[in-house]
Unconditional design. Structure first.
Length: 375
């Protein structure tokens, strides 16, 4: 099938608008990385702008286009453009649609050295938070919990900003989930707007404001979770608020052969697993290492690696309360969902339901932190 051609528009090149000093910082979100190509289906008309020259090309409406890296640039409908290029909405449109998501910011496509494409959205930090909150916390939850999430997410995002990199954050769980303008409602906007500019600091510096779904009764230390130096607000606290969460307790079956394959992936020649138990735990009760006894001796496995291997949506945490040998494998019992560091979202919800405001929630989960406006 022949792809539609690009139409070159001879338009004046306007300089990029520089935000005023009092406006929110601009964040760069990687919404797609390492793609060998990018398929775009236009519903309304779209434009492509070659950033280096400012030349603007029109993508016809209701048409399919494939973008590919080519000789250090980007090929669009047979036309090679230098990287990066920018996607612009058509007349009367305010947003750009890519797949299932709709984006408000400026969409840039970069050709990478490994002959793949990265898609980066540039938008104001506060607009970014509109897209984070409904993806990270239910819009139906109490407003004070949403406000606490807004401050934590704003702090986390600012902490990740690095002008030396092509982007600041991704749109997935490895950073914080972001879905464009999908899911935004008046309550989400109120949570962001009413806390505008507020961040968490400790001794004058931004903290890495981690958060997770459910802590299972005690938040974890950032030191034990990732082995990095930890400040007071991230040392972990006992949490009585999330005990009625649906994620508070869980169980997961691991087959003998799956556990054996994990041991063998470390270089072991073991042919049989005889036993597995928690070997070392941190102050919150989370397992740091497992000890596996096999026919070739005993081996230590990092709990975080075990969880990653079997899937973080099923093996919900490293807060293991019991391991039971059953026919064909082992039944793991645990509490909580997520890494456990920072704010427990299920606990924040209950605190808000009990009348605690967002500042009380934040001070509980990040003890010693200050809530200030960023500069």
């Amino acid at each position: 099938m022949r792809l539609p051609a690009l139409l070159l528009l001879l338009l004046p090149v306007w300089p990029l608008r520089v935000p005023a000093a009092e406006e929110a910082p601009v964040i760069r979100v990687a919404i797609s990385r390492g793609s060998p190509s990018l398929n775009i289906k236009t519903s309304p008309r779209l434009y492509v702008r070659e950033v280096s020259t400012g030349q603007k090309y029109m993508l016809l409406e209701n048409s399919a286009y494939e973008l590919r890296p080519a000789n250090g640039g980007i090929s669009v409908a047979g036309q090679q453009l230098s990287s990066p290029i920018e996607l612009l909405p058509g007349e009367g449109e305010r947003y750009v649609r890519l797949g299932k998501h709709v984006y408000k910011g400026s969409i840039f496509i970069l050709a990478m050295k490994d002959r793949t494409l990265d898609v980066i959205e540039r938008l104001s930090l506060e607009d970014y938070l509109y897209g984070v909150l409904p993806a990270e916390m239910s819009p139906d939850w109490p407003l004070e919990a949403l406000r606490a999430q807004a401050v934590a997410s704003r702090t986390y995002a600012l902490k990740q900003m690095n002008p030396q990199q092509d982007y600041d954050v991704t749109d997935g769980v490895e950073a914080q989930v972001y879905g464009g303008i999908n899911g935004i409602n008046p309550k989400i906007k109120e949570a962001v707007d009413s806390t505008r500019g507020e961040v968490l600091t400790y001794r004058g510096k931004l903290i890495t404001a981690f958060f997770h779904s459910c802590c299972g009764g005690h938040t974890a230390s950032a030191s034990s979770a990732w082995g990095e130096p930890v400040v007071r607000p991230l040392k972990g606290v006992r949490d009585p608020y999330c005990r009625h969460s649906s994620h508070y307790s869980w169980e997961y079956f691991v087959a003998d052969q799956d556990l054996l394959r994990l041991v063998q992936s470390t270089g072991s020649t073991a042919l049989k697993v005889r036993d597995i138990r928690s070997y070392r735990k941190d102050g919150s009760g989370r397992t740091v290492t497992f000890k596996v006894r096999t026919d070739k001796g005993s081996f230590l496995l990092k709990a975080a690696d075990v969880r990653r291997r079997f899937g973080t949506f099923d093996f919900k945490s490293t807060l293991i309360t019991r391991i039971r040998k059953v026919r064909g494998g082992y039944e793991f019992y645990g509490r909580g969902w997520g890494h456990g560091v920072g704010m427990c979202q299920d606990g924040a919800k209950v605190m808000a339901q009990r009348g605690k405001n967002y500042k009380r929630i934040l001070h509980f989960y990040y003890p010693g932190a200050d809530i200030k406006d960023y500069e």
